[in-house]
Design a protein. Structure first.
Length: 371
């Protein structure tokens, strides 16, 4: 099919990934909470935002860099933390790390990555942040934070929107769990997707790589419900580096976090994987920006599918944004070449959108660019 294998937009990456991945893995990555109404609503909210096209502005010299914590990043977006990325294709964690090194952007490594955090920060040439989950009584999480500090991580992202793991029916229908339990249904699924299955078999099924030697047996579905403001204060006191709090949708919480010592807040609905009834995070971003004021670092992820979305998020108050699923789809579709191809597309889309709205950089974007 002519042109059918190329990635011209993130939807192409998703379409190609859907063909290659076992249904169980595709639905694990693509799925969202409940009826997935929240995911649809956020996409609709993003689509409904209209940008103001401007004319006769000299936009011939456009700069796609962005500033995060006083440092220039080589691109206006980074990599959101995603657990068990190597399920999209073996070696995915390291592909993302190399991408981060090349573009000098943060690769947020998940607590439940399938590559050890030490290996990733080395491959990312320091451009890695460590994402932390609270679980159990929080003692194991503290141990993991210490391991991250020893490994050289300067930025920790505490994810606070998973008091319990959300119910994602698409994931549940396939009986997705780690390690896999392979019944007849899964066997057929894997057999019908031989390229993925053979590659994964050869590389070995992904495991959770950050718990060896820290005396902490992490359970993906263990309750994380005991995290509270007191524990947050303990973590703040114990962690000497920058602390980003991810998964905030409420302006009151955002303000309290700012006052409690968070260095930045990441407005996110976890890609709509947690609370189906959550407000569209792109709308929460504007409310939270208004609450915390100008100058406080606000990051954004959830539902971003292209460069126009990037520009919309900056215009709505973000200081930096992160892509999630679409990067996994690009790797599932075409491995590292697919990832680099999609990244190039996202950069080009962002650059062209800047030109259309009469801006030469993401730093120049603000509410004025919204129609
Ligand atoms: C397969 C998958 C696994 C994820 N794992 C984590 C995780 O381990 N930690 C975390 O903070 N967020 C995790 N997230 C949420 C992402 O960091 C991010 O919030 C979300 O993917 C953004 O939405 P988008 O995929 O629509 O861009 C995960 C998301 C996906 C799709």
């Amino acid at each position: 099919m002519m042109g059918g294998g190329e990635i011209h937009c993130s939807a192409d990456a998703r379409r190609l990934a859907r063909r290659k991945l076992p249904w169980m893995i595709f639905d694990y990555i693509d799925g969202a909470a409940g009826e997935e109404h929240g995911a649809d609503l956020n996409r609709a909210a993003l689509r409904d935002i209209r940008l103001r096209p401007r004319c006769l502005v000299d936009v011939s010299r456009r700069d796609l860099s962005a500033e995060v914590f006083g440092e220039r990043q080589g691109a206006p977006f980074g990599v959101a933390p995603m657990g068990m990325c190597n399920l999209s294709t073996p070696g995915a964690d390291l592909m993302l790390a190399r991408l981060a090194a090349k573009w000098r952007v943060p690769h947020c490594l998940s607590t439940v990555s399938s590559t050890p955090m030490e290996t990733v920060i080395e491959a990312a040439e320091g451009h890695a942040w460590f994402q932390l989950y609270f679980s159990g009584d929080g003692a194991g999480s503290m141990k993991l934070a210490r391991r991250a500090q020893e490994a050289g991580y300067a930025t920790l992202i505490l994810t606070v929107d998973v008091p319990e793991v959300g119910r994602r029916p698409r994931e549940l229908r396939h009986a997705f769990r780690m390690p896999f339990r392979i019944g007849l249904k899964q066997f057929v699924d894997f057999a019908l997707h031989p390229e993925w299955s053979l590659r994964t078999l050869r590389a070995g099924a992904p495991t959770l790589a950050n718990f060896d030697g820290v005396d902490y047996a992490f359970d993906r579905t263990e309750s994380r419900a005991a995290a509270d403001w007191g524990w947050f204060t303990n973590l703040r006191d114990a962690w000497p580096g920058r602390l980003v709090v991810k998964g905030v949708l409420d302006a009151e919480d955002a303000l309290r976090l700012k006052n409690a010592g968070a260095d930045a807040i990441q407005v996110s609905s976890h890609g709509s994987r947690q609370l189906d009834a959550a407000p569209p995070p792109i709308l929460a971003l504007r409310r939270i920006r208004a609450a915390v004021g100008e100058g406080f670092p606000l990051f954004y992820d959830s539902g971003l599918r292209g460069g126009e979305d990037v520009v919309k998020a900056y215009a709505a108050g973000a200081d930096f944004v992160f892509f999630g699923r679409v990067l996994q789809f690009a790797m599932a579709a075409r491995r590292e070449a697919g990832l680099n191809a999609l990244w190039g597309v996202l950069l080009e889309e962002t650059s062209l959108t800047l030109a259309q709205v009469g801006a030469c950089s993401v730093d120049a974007l603000g509410p004025d660019n919204l129609a």
